[in-house]
Design a protein around this ligand. Structure first.
Ligand code: GLV
Ligand code: MN
Ligand code: MN
Ligand code: MN
Length: 425
């Protein structure tokens, strides 16, 4: 196989991407009704509708679609050899204020690659698969790479299914999965349902490609990251009658915690983010008795993640020790932990060859992923590679997230070519 021997139908892919964004409450920006913006939280009715489309589309192409106990969906077309499929996968769920490209593009590009293979009657050596992973975002049920982590064996199924919705603790992941009809019967594990390789097209979600006017990133690896929830417990008391010296004010400590965490991450050349923050009881004239917030920190290597982790914990002990008569306590609950990742040389090679079949060497670069991806989980069990295309201003997790149709289509072509090169290699 040589790159561009088959060509993706770019218009067909972009049309299906935008058409299927009728499932989700799109925060719409830009000029047209189909321009940008998508809110399709995992395991909602909108996610079900997108899944139903995916199943019907893939069955229409003659693929067999199976669903595992985490709701991960595998659409497989046989090859001449038995054995584990070469997969192209990503996710159809989004952030609450997400876009139409993070994850969605990767699935639509994979679907388009499969369409092209089918309509050209190509016979691959190994089975070819398209995968839709459940809750990659971790936005509604707070585990990033939720479905792929269970598949990879880094998260126990029972724990994954027991997670509660961050916005409504009465809604449980396993029950929502069953409610939308996607609690499948295939065992969710790499052992029971192996993949031979995994390729993923994704927007970069950062500034490197656009700043360098480059069009394809061959992803070398991904940052490590950890998630915690932090609870600071103090003492609720009256805002007007409690002198500062008589307070154990967890809000004040939280403010100091967050600025110091920022400094610690910066010192180690990492990143830290708090995206969820609640104060209880939530009254203007009562000092809260506790505050609760999320913590996400990242670094390109595991030693950096550990250094930030250690620095933040030590800082928390210092803050606890401060204060007079009334002190606060700071508790950490670990939520998620992903090590730094290095992708497989053979997949990177296939992607580079594929990219250079379409554009000049100067427009292709090796790049590190700032974000976590399902590919980081699959990489634990099978050769994995990722392709990045630029997105406008490096912006994602925002309704203005945008990648040009030209770059999306180029990315899909590279995905198709890389998967077939790998299969034939
Ligand atoms: C997953 O998308 C992450 O990077 O948080
Ligand atoms: Mn994504
Ligand atoms: Mn995302
Ligand atoms: Mn992601």
């Amino acid at each position: 196989y040589t790159p561009r021997q088959l060509t993706v139908n770019g218009k067909r892919m972009m049309d299906s991407l935008h058409d299927t964004c009728k499932w989700g409450t799109g925060t719409r920006w830009g000029d047209g009704p189909n321009d940008t913006g998508m809110s399709r939280l995992t395991l909602t009715d909108a996610d079900k509708a997108a899944r139903d489309w995916f199943k019907a589309e893939m069955e229409g192409l003659g693929c067999t679609v199976s669903v595992d106990t985490m709701g991960n969906m595998f659409a497989v077309r046989p090859g001449t050899h038995a054995g584990a499929p070469t997969a192209m996968g990503s996710h159809l769920d989004t952030q609450p204020t997400g876009g139409r490209y993070d994850g969605i593009l990767g699935v639509h590009a994979a679907v388009e690659a499969m369409r092209v293979v089918v309509e050209n009657g190509v016979t691959t050596r190994y089975p070819l698969a398209v995968v839709n992973w459940t809750n990659e975002e971790g936005a509604r049920f707070p585990k990033s790479l939720h479905g792929s982590s269970v598949w990879a064996g880094t998260l126990p199924l029972a724990k994954a299914l027991s997670l509660a919705d961050v916005a409504d603790s009465a809604l449980i992941a396993g029950e929502e999965l069953a409610r939308i009809g996607y609690a499948g019967d295939v065992e969710c594990s790499a052992a029971a349902n192996p993949l031979g390789a995994h390729f993923e097209l994704h927007i970069e979600q950062g500034p490197v490609l656009p700043e360098n006017k480059q069009r394809i990133g061959v992803v070398a690896g991904g940052q490590g990251y950890k998630w915690y929830t932090v609870t600071i417990r103090g003492r609720d008391s009256h805002a007007g009658t409690t002198p500062f010296a008589y307070r154990a004010d967890p809000m004040l400590l939280a403010a100091r915690f967050l600025t110091r965490a920022h400094e610690i991450a910066k010192t180690h050349s990492g990143l830290v983010t708090t995206g969820i923050f609640h104060a209880h009881p939530g009254s203007i004239n009562t000092i809260p008795h506790n505050v609760f917030f999320s913590l996400d920190f990242r670094h390109v290597d595991d030693a950096g993640v550990a250094a930030i982790d250690g620095g933040i914990k030590a800082m928390a002990r210092e803050l606890e020790a401060e204060g007079g008569r009334y002190k606060c306590a700071i508790e950490f609950e670990p939520l998620f932990d992903a090590p730094a990742v290095a992708f497989h040389p053979a997949c990177r090679e296939a992607i580079r060859t594929a990219a250079e079949g379409s554009i000049s060497k100067q427009e292709v670069r090796d790049i590190i992923s700032g974000a976590g991806h399902d590919s980081c989980a699959t990489n634990l069990h099978c050769p994995t590679g990722m392709i990045f295309v630029p997105c406008k201003d490096g912006l994602s997790h925002n309704p203005e997230e945008y990648a040009t149709p030209e770059d999306c289509v180029l990315g899909a072509q590279v995905l198709l070519d890389a998967a077939l090169l790998y299969d034939q290699g």
